[in-house]
Design a protein around this ligand. Structure first.
Ligand code: 3PG
Length: 218
């Protein structure tokens, strides 16, 4: 961040906590802590809980209160109202799929950092104008993937990305090997059927394999 904020954690620190950020869609509150613990056991401590389910805010509260050491954040934050809701729920950071000036300004006035999403150079310039220098790049595979992010490093060498959307263990290396990518996000670590079967061990095994595979790129 090039402007002064009261953010309790800087995006740079969050990006540096691990190369893989799990993108979580959690329907049931009782699954929240087991999923978080399974990911932590696999070596991941940064969790993005998306606001795509009715219980998402309670899921964030549950993880924040029961596992204080987890860096739990909220995804799918799209306006100042939802930003405030996730702050109240205990989110330690917020991620948006895109950006608006209203959201950028609201987050700057908060203690909770925002990682805004961009899919175009003009959106990136809007974010930079507002003082931001860490962004989500979404939906990564559909908008040019690693090639696009590599090209952006020419005119914008000081901007760092967390790409998400269509990324998995097979293609994450394309992104993690770029100098302007600090981490990637993806939902593949927590398959729907593993959650349905409460197979927490499987989530840990997938996470361990992904973390191990990421080591060759970072
Ligand atoms: C996101 O919200 O960041 C993406 O939907 C995650 O994309 P994936 O499901 O393709 O990993």
């Amino acid at each position: 961040m090039t402007v002064t904020t009261n953010w309790q954690t800087q995006p740079q620190e969050i990006f540096a906590m691990g190369p893989i950020v799990p993108v979580l869609v959690i329907e049931n509150i009782e699954d929240a802590v087991p999923i978080a613990n399974a990911l932590i056991a696999g070596g991941i401590n940064v969790l993005e809980v998306t606001l795509r389910t009715d219980n998402a805010l309670q899921v964030i509260s549950e993880i924040a209160s029961k596992i204080p050491s987890a860096m739990v954040g909220a995804g799918t934050v799209t306006n100042p109202e939802t930003f405030q809701q996730v702050v109240d729920a205990g989110a330690k950071f917020a991620i948006s799929p895109g950006l608006t000036k209203e959201l950028l300004e609201a987050a700057k006035a908060s203690t909770v950092p925002l990682i805004p999403g961009i899919a175009s150079i003009s959106e990136l310039m809007t974010g930079i104008d507002c003082g931001y220098d860490h962004f989500k790049f979404f939906p990564a595979e559909a908008i040019g993937g690693a090639k696009a992010i590599k090209s952006i490093s020419g005119p914008f060498p000081n901007i760092t990305f967390c790409p998400t959307g269509g990324i998995n263990q097979d293609n994450m290396g394309n992104y993690l090997s770029l100098k302007n990518v600090a981490c990637i996000g993806g939902s593949w670590l927590v398959p729907d059927d593993a959650v349905a079967n409460k197979d927490w061990h499987r989530i840990t095994e997938i996470t361990k394999a992904a973390v191990e595979a990421s080591k060759q790129f970072v």
